[in-house]
Design a protein around this ligand. Structure first.
Ligand code: MG
Ligand code: MG
Ligand code: MG
Length: 307
């Protein structure tokens, strides 16, 4: 059986596109691999797959006995439940080092850049392979998504350089215009159940023994969810009460105002509030300048949960 190239749970665009881009690269290197995803594409990802005519990778939720390359994560909490029974062959990622381990030598490339696809572009360059035009366009979109149009504090000069190089390959002249199209697609909330919105881009973490979930919706305007906040809070309370979670948070990020409204459901709401120097009084907390779960939210929460 082919080795799987697999992104994280609740897959985002980078997870999908990185899996496709790595699969193409690994095949050029003569490896027997196939892309997979741990779920269906969200509206933003569907926009990318349609726009660049890429096939949707199949959903895989069990990897026992399989050879697996991970892209865009290295945390067991974001892997299929039976990940420990799989053979890890490699990782390409741009997050904190997670807790997967291997029984054999592995190819691990983890850089502190804004997007897995930035790393993968440099892997193509390093190995001397060309990226097909449509894949380059999709990789550009993944970078625009992960770096929030280069505005996220996770964005590095390399992400911008690589995005420009990919735009050239893809024949895209106006990167910002493509980015606005992308985030407009991403902002689709009308007609979706609160639960779907919470889990659209959601991650569980183990913070000093407490299970903490953080969902994030990146929107071109918070007006889009103005009349949905109470329903989202009610559903978030349910999510908190499930799977032994101590805390469930939902970040409603306004990408134009560059900040996030944080909905809180917690056994002790003072902890996530304290993480951002706030006190919790039952209302969502506005976190000015906070856009990145990975770089701003998770580290602050981990410190607060350490006590
Ligand atoms: Mg991701
Ligand atoms: Mg990513
Ligand atoms: Mg993201």
């Amino acid at each position: 059986m082919s080795a799987l190239v697999l992104g994280h749970k609740n897959p985002d665009s980078d997870s999908f596109v990185a899996a496709l881009a790595c699969t193409h690269l690994y095949r050029l290197r003569g490896l027997d691999v196939e892309a997979a995803a741990q779920g269906a594409p969200a509206p933003e990802t569907q926009f990318i797959l349609d726009r660049f005519q890429l096939e949707t990778p199949p959903v895989v939720t069990s990897v026992a006995g399989r050879d697996v390359y991970l892209v865009d994560f290295s945390d067991l909490a974001q892997a299929p439940a039976d990940m420990k029974e799989a053979n890890l062959l490699g990782i390409v990622d741009h997050h904190k080092l997670g807790d997967v381990t291997s029984t054999r030598p592995v190819e691990v490339i983890i850089w502190t850049v804004g997007c897995s696809c930035t790393i993968i572009k440099r892997m193509y360059d390093y190995m001397g392979f060309e990226i097909p035009q449509n894949l380059a366009g999709a990789m550009l979109c993944a970078i625009l998504s992960d770096t929030v149009l280069f505005k996220s504090p996770t964005c590095t000069p390399m992400d911008i350089d690589v995005a420009k190089e990919l735009a050239k390959i893809a024949g895209i002249e106006d990167i910002q215009a493509l980015g606005m199209e992308l985030f407009t697609a991403k902002s689709a909330v009308k007609g979706y159940a609160p639960r779907d919105l919470i889990f659209r881009d959601y991650k569980d973490f183990n913070m000093n023994g407490s299970k903490v979930g953080v969902g994030q919706l990146e929107l071109v305007s918070l007006d889009l969810i103005e009349d949905m906040k109470e329903d989202l809070q009610a559903e978030l309370n349910k999510v908190k009460s499930e799977e032994g979670r101590h805390t469930a948070l939902l970040l409603l990020t306004d990408i134009m105002k560059e900040g996030s409204l944080m909905l809180v459901a917690s056994d002790d709401a003072s902890i996530p509030a304290r993480a951002f120097g706030k006190t919790y009084e039952g209302a969502p907390l506005w976190l000015d300048g906070v856009m990145s779960r990975k770089k701003q939210v998770v580290p602050a929460l981990e410190e607060a949960f350490r006590g």
